[in-house]
Design a protein around this ligand. Sequence first.
Ligand code: SAM
Length: 240
Amino acid sequence: MSFQDKILFNPIGTISSPYKEKFGIPRQPGLVTAARATLTLLPPYNQPEIVRGLEGFSHVWLIFVFHGTQAQGWKPTVRPPRLGGNARLGVFATRSTFRPNPIGLSVAELCDITIQGNHITLELAGADLLDGTPILDIKPYLPYADALTHASAGFAPDAPSPQQTVVFSAKASLQCAQKQAQYQTDVRLLIEQILSQDPRPSYQHGQQAGRVYAMRLYDFDLRWHYPASGIEVLELADFD
Ligand code: SAM
């Protein structure tokens, strides 16, 4: 094989997740533990024996394609949102989605494996994946090898950004309760965890008083704004 040969991979599964658009998805996995996603295995990988033994692992690595940004290509340098969008760093020093090979790597909690004939699904928590993400591989997470607590993190801080306080309007509170049964998810906790990360790019911080933000979750538009301090959820509007 020469270095110019293309390497073809087949997706082994696809993700169904509440995140219907890129904006608002947490920047890394594990930050929004209330987010549930389902990985469905595709033929010819949808064979029960392919997941034999996986149930013993609490977490899995997912290797996937950044299909939502793939068409936009890549550049050797990118502006990490963490640095306010000003400084340029080499793409290999970042977790940017715009990479020479648009491949992502995320760890997720493995909550359940369901096998009904050839319909095989993995229930996951905490994934940072767009709905429809193609999965290339699943590997068990090995704490003794994968958890390197002494590692240094370059420009990325050792901890996620400080969390914002999130409050709900009366209307949004009621809507969360109504959606809870529909999605079998703690919708209020999900929203609280997403917004406490403050999805705005950091260059917009402090500039957007009065502006209403929206992101699509499941089949609704989540709308919020920034009052004098913290974040207020305004409503869960029908998607149009
Ligand atoms: N944990 C992964 C990694 O390190 O490879 C992803 C990190 S990347 C900074 C996280 C962002 O990828 C999310 O905030 C979301 O906007 C974006 N994302 C998730 N799934 C995607 C997909 N299928 N296509 C394009 N972008 C995606």
